[in-house]
Write a protein that binds this ligand. Structure first.
Ligand SMILES: [Ca+2]
Ligand SMILES: [Ca+2]
Length: 263
């Protein structure tokens, strides 16, 4: 080949390689927003695998409690419209030294069963994280948060956390919660990053529970969570998130997986 022809050939090969390296469509668990609603877990198989990403749910260790999947027909709970009567997740957290302060969660890879380190998920094309919750009892200063830990690692073992606070009512009825992915309550350790950018490199999603109890009787939070889904759609126009809202209690909620299982 003459030098110009060789250059052209090299350019063609480089272009081909670029095409091969181009990121695949944004996805979570092998699923894109174009595929429709993404079911992270509906607990129908009564296991602790989040079927959408084929990774295990990881609860923070709770003495005398913990995470389980329960058959709904043995529970006296009122289902939400359309909810299947088969299974639900249950997280039981006894107050310890007067506090309920625990979370459970799951890695969020783009490829089912894989680590998020080579395969971070991308949920930027989804509009909301929807789920059902039923919980008892009411305790003092109770707080409910969804926390999404994302890449990049901003300092050693410190990752941005996108956080949404929600306020369910206590009782035996499952109620729907819809978390607006693009409008978080606050972001921790994500200085300099757009929320879209963080949503496109997901690491670990967790459900965090806080409360205080001065009761002399043992108090145990029972939170049933079911039908956890991501709903596709554009974020509502003009609904920019604001970095404000209540400060997380204590040192702030932590995601359960960080110490126990890297992404
Ligand atoms: Ca499952
Ligand atoms: Ca279910």
């Amino acid at each position: 080949m003459t030098p110009p022809a060789r250059n052209l050939a090299h350019a063609a090969i480089a272009a081909m390689l670029l095409c091969l390296a181009a990121p695949a469509a944004a996805q979570i668990g092998g699923h894109t927003a174009e595929d429709g609603v993404f079911v992270l877990d509906d607990a129908e198989d009564l296991d602790l695998v989040a079927n959408g990403v084929d990774r295990n749910w990881i609860p923070q260790f709770v003495w005398g409690g913990g995470l389980s999947a329960e058959p709904l027909d043995t529970l006296e709970l009122t289902l939400a419209p359309g909810q299947s009567p088969v299974g639900t997740l249950l997280y039981r957290v006894p107050a310890e030294y007067g506090y309920i302060n625990k979370s459970f969660g799951v890695p969020m890879p783009s490829v089912p069963g894989e680590s998020t380190i080579p395969y971070p998920g991308n949920i930027a094309d989804f509009q909301s994280l929807d789920f059902l919750i039923s919980f008892t009892p009411v305790v003092n200063n109770q707080e409910f948060w969804v926390i999404l830990e994302t890449y990049p690692e901003v300092r050693e073992n410190v990752f941005p956390r996108i956080m949404w606070k929600y306020e369910p009512e206590a009782g035996d009825t499952f109620q729907p919660i819809s978390i607006p992915l693009h409008s978080p309550t606050l972001i921790l350790d994500g200085e300099g990053y757009e929320v879209e950018e963080l949503l496109s490199q997901t690491r670990f999603l967790s459900f965090y529970f806080y409360g205080e109890s001065d009761s002399p009787q043992p108090v145990t939070l029972r939170a049933y969570i079911d039908d956890i889904t991501l709903v596709p759609g554009e974020p509502p126009a003009g609904d920019a998130w604001i970095l404000s809202g209540p400060t997380p209690t204590e040192q702030g909620p932590t995601s359960a997986g960080t110490e126990e299982e890297p992404g």
